[in-house]
Structure formats: C-alpha cells, structure tokens
Design a protein around this ligand. Structure first.
Ligand SMILES: *Cc1c(COP(=O)(O)O)cnc(C)c1O
Length: 426
C-alpha cells in the first residue's frame, strides 16, 4: 500500500483479503489458538516463529488494524493498546526504566502529565518539563546523562499549543535518544510526525480515529528509523540479550524496523496485559475507514466556530491555531497546513458562572468529558476536571475560570454557530 495516498490507506491499508476471504476484517473473538504439536507452540514462545497463541499478547484483528495505523503514520510496525494512557505508558516504559529520565513538553494531556509526573516518578523515572516552543538551547539544558526519551503532543489537549516537532527531534537526536509524539488530535490525516523527525508516535484512538465515541483504545507506531545500536549503552533492553526470552537480542533478531514493537509486545503486553479487545479494534477500523473524510469537516467546523467566537463581544479570548491571531498560527502553518482539529477553547467574560450559564443553554453541544467525537461536545475545566482548584490556582495552571473547551463535531457549521449564538444571548 506504500504507493497510495493517505485517503486510500484509510480505507484499504492493513487488511488485504485473499481470494474468497471476508471483505471486512474478521473479528477473531478467541482468547487462544490451536496447535498440533508442543514443538509448534514452543517456537512461538521462543519468538522463533510468528503466529498467535494467546490474545493477551496478540490477536489477528488487532494486528490488521495496527498495520493500517502504521501505514497511515508511515511507520514500520505498530500495536494496539487498551487505551491512550496504556499507549503512552508502554511507549515510554519500553525504553526508560527505574533510574532513567525523560524530557517532556509541559503542555500535554492531564492524564499523561499525571502518568509522567506522579506514577512514573514512583517507578523511579524522573522528568524535566520544557515549553512546547522551547529553543534548541533550552532543550539542551534539560538533558541528563540518564535521559532516554523526549515526549510531546503535536497539538496539546486541552491547551491547543502546537509543538515545534523539528526542533524537538533535533535536540533528541543530538543527545542520542528518540522523540515520542502523541499525535491524537491532528491524526495522521493532518500531520505525520515521523516526516518531521519523530521516532515513535502514540495515539488515543478513543478520539478522532474511532471518532464516534464508541470504544476506548490506543496505538503505538515505530518509525523503524531510530538506530538503537548506535546508542547501545542507553538502551540495553533492546540491544542486549533478554533473559526472560532465552537470551534474544531484539535489535539483532528483529532489526531496527521490528525491535521496538516486538519488545513492547513480548515484555510489556505479556506482563501488563493492556490489550485492546478485538471487538473494539473492529469498531476502530470502521472509524479509520472514514477518518480522511471526517477530519476536514472537523477542521472546517472548528475554524468557522473559532472565527465566529473571536468576533463575539461576550468572548474574552479564543485559542485555535487556525486563527491568524493565535500564538501558534505560524507553527500550525508549518506542521498542519490542512488544519489541526475541531477542538476550540475560549474564555467567556464573567468567569465560571457565565460559562455554566452558556453551556446549560446549548442545544446541540452536550456537556461531556470527551473530545473528538462526531457529535459536538463541551466542557468547562473549572467546574469539572479542575474543580478542586481555586481561581488563583486556575490562573497559575493557565486555565481561566471561564474557559470552555468545545469539540466541534460533524454537524452543519451554521447550526453549530446558531446554537452558540443563542446560548451566548443571556
Ligand atoms: C485522551 C487522550 C489521552 C488518553 O487516552 P485514553 O484513550 O483516554 O486513555 C492521551 N493523549 C491525548 C492527547 C488525549 O487526548
């Protein structure tokens, strides 16, 4: 499928049925797989033959869908996980263990921030946070002897900052470590971080990839380009024998293209078991089949709504990188020339009371802890996800009390704007 455009890959990459086989991806709803001899199965356990033996590690339905996501991102291999949280945890923990350190953008999803700053810390992994637009010099200063990876989000949820991917990639490579990018918001339809130097790409497929609010899931894609062996001393897990797999050295056995995902499956999926159910992988694939048709509409609606809001007297400020006035406009022009996503955030004059009143009056946009859905939804962080914070703490966190995050769905943009118009009329 390599020679086809992304629109074609969304529809047909991954699963290529043979003569007389099902046209749609079969849901292999089986925990286990049958073998004729113990020798046959033994080869699988030793990673000497490829095949399936237990769905906690791998399942054919999941692998078809993962192959499609690898093709969309331009990667060499991919795997599905049970959630976006699991994807980011696995992507980091596969190369960074107790005693390691990572450099991460400070503007990332709250769940990932907590994962890195609290839970990974308990596991002995430390972090230095830097600005998403940090200069090369600022990034340089964040690295330590024990740094194993750099992490950032193309468009951060919910801050909507745009990451300077090329600068981040350059700094990571200068220090001999890979760049991991969470590409959930733009999806590969609007940005392919590997083309800008990223080495590993992660997704919460729960968002636009599924796109219908149907299934929680995640994905990890490896570019296959990072030369682990050139930095052997930093990545012993990939470059020296794994005693839990009869002394296999992943890079030697599976090459640069397969080592990262094979190790991640063989060790982390085996031990943590955060597998996506084949049923959810099937639903995810249905979403992917129309991703290239849906994303431009999400962007069109996001842009129209952002423009409408930025000229409304009751609105203090709008964050959307497609607006010329936005701080991230120039970076978005570079990395997201076809637009970023349908999520817009804005501050209503009058604080949390005004935000509550406005949201209560919306008829199309529902109040939900969710984004990137076919149906428009909204959330006020100060009265939901961040409600334990005082007004002062909210300001310090860069979240004004009157901030609303609106995820523009696939409805007609005129209807969405009319809904906002009547809801602001109080
Ligand atoms: C939602 C989200 C996650 C977490 O994904 P889940 O599927 O909810 O576990 C991670 N990163 C980003 C950018 C997200 O938006």
């Amino acid at each position: 499928m390599d020679n086809y455009k992304i629109n074609t890959k969304c529809v047909q990459a991954g699963y290529r049925p043979g003569n007389g086989e099902p046209r749609q991806i079969p849901i292999i709803q089986s925990t286990t797989f049958k073998y004729d001899t113990s020798e046959d199965m033994g080869k699988l356990f030793d990673l000497q033959a490829t095949g399936y033996f237990y769905t906690r590690l791998q399942n054919p339905t999941n692998d078809f869908v993962a192959a499609k996501i690898a093709a969309l991102e331009g990667g060499s291999a991919a795997m599905l996980t049970s959630s976006g949280q699991a994807a980011n945890f696995f992507a980091i923990f596969n190369i960074c263990e107790c005693g390691g350190h990572i450099v991460a953008s400070s503007s990332i999803y709250g769940g990932t921030f907590n994962l890195i700053a609290v839970t990974l810390k308990k596991m002995g992994i430390s972090v230095t946070f830097v600005s998403p637009t940090a200069s090369e010099e600022e990034l340089d200063k964040a690295f330590q002897e024990n740094t194993k990876a750099v992490f950032g989000e193309t468009i951060a949820n919910p801050a909507l900052t745009v990451l300077d991917i090329e600068t981040y990639a350059k700094a990571a490579h200068k220090h001999g470590v890979p760049l991991i990018i969470d590409n959930t918001f733009p999806t590969p339809v609007n940005c392919r971080p590997i083309e800008w130097g990223a080495d590993i790409v992660t997704h919460s497929t729960t968002k636009y990839m599924d796109g219908h609010g149907a299934g929680v899931g995640g994905a990890i894609v490896d570019s296959g380009k990072f030369d682990w062996m050139a930095h052997k001393e930093k990545f012993p897990g990939l470059c020296t024998p794994d005693e839990s797999y009869h002394g296999i050295t992943y890079v030697e056995q599976f090459g640069l293209q397969g080592a990262f995902i094979t190790k991640c499956t063989a060790q982390l999926m085996r031990d943590f078991g955060c597998i996506q159910s084949p049923q959810n992988a099937f639903l995810l694939n249905l979403g992917l089949e129309s991703l290239h048709v849906r994303m431009p509409r999400h962007v069109e609606n996001g842009q129209a709504v952002a423009e409408f809001l930025s000229s409304h007297p009751k609105i203090e400020k709008v964050n959307y990188s497609g607006l010329k006035s936005d701080k991230y406009y120039a970076l978005a022009q570079k990395y997201l020339p076809n637009g970023g996503c349908g999520v817009v955030s804005f501050e209503i004059k009058g604080g949390r009371h005004a935000a509550e009143e406005f949201m209560k009056r919306l008829k199309l946009a529902a109040i939900e802890t969710h984004v990137a859905d076919a149906r428009t939804c909204c959330l006020c962080p100060s009265t939901s996800t961040h409600r334990q914070l005082t007004d002062e703490q909210l300001v310090a966190a860069g979240i004004p009390a009157g901030l609303v995050r609106l995820s523009c769905g696939l409805e007609d943009k005129e209807d969405l704007i009319n809904d906002l118009k009547q809801a602001l009329d109080f």
